[in-house]
Design a binder for this molecule. Sequence first.
Ligand code: ADP
Ligand code: ADP
Length: 228
Amino acid sequence: MSVLRFDNVSKHYAGGHQALVDVSFEVAAGEMLFVTGHSGAGKSTLLKLIHLSERPTRGAVLFGERNLLKVRGGKVALHRREVGAVHQDHRLLIDRSVGENVALPLILRGDRRADTGKRVRSVLERMGLGHREKALPTQLSAGEQQRVGIARAIVAEPRLLVADEPTGNLDPTLAAEIMALFAELPGRGTSVLVVSHDLPLLKRMRKRVLILDHGRLVDDISPQDLAE
Ligand code: ADP
Ligand code: ADP
């Protein structure tokens, strides 16, 4: 079963060039993969089409059985709740505690605050942050802040997690720690798509890598090929 499918997707911004040209690929349930390419290759555009902050000019994006062309209006917010997102700059609410930040997706989907505590604590513990629930984000290190961002992205058990340069601000050791946390998610039912241009990191991870070049998907490298 595929979690995500791009069928001949092109994206042409008004006044800009073609950001994506006839891109097709499929992400299986429980798969982790990377998307890489030069600046301007179309990586962010690809994420925006998944997130519905942009629409394709041609082609279709499918999320499970759902054709995203048909997701409009109020359904967009519902769709976004099923896609966890991690950003380079973590985007935590700085006036809320770590625990409150992580609880947010659960509150948004309608869980009562009293019911969120157990799940929030369990995700924070998996991220090695069990003792930081009451802290404010500004009291944490960069690596810890990024782990809070991941906790928030996965607390509602999305089918897909997308991460846009999640280790861009971290040193190589912290980056490797964050990647190890991502690599555990497929075993728990969340597929993971990471945009990164950190080639040494991609090589070490030995996962599938999609390469974009001027909007075209020019390579789809399997982990076996990377190992050679
Ligand atoms: P990447 O994330 O790989 O750096 P982007 O998806 O941001 O690439 O951009 C792909 C191409 O589309 C670039 O040429 C960029 O300038 C262009 N582009 C991105 N967003 C817009 C926009 N809102 N309007 C016009 N052109 C855009
Ligand atoms: P914008 O509307 O300018 O894209 P957003 O806050 O929606 O601003 O997203 C900023 C960046 O993070 C974009 O590149 C967007 O594609 C990506 N992003 C945010 N949330 C998600 C998500 N749930 N799925 C995919 N990409 C996301």
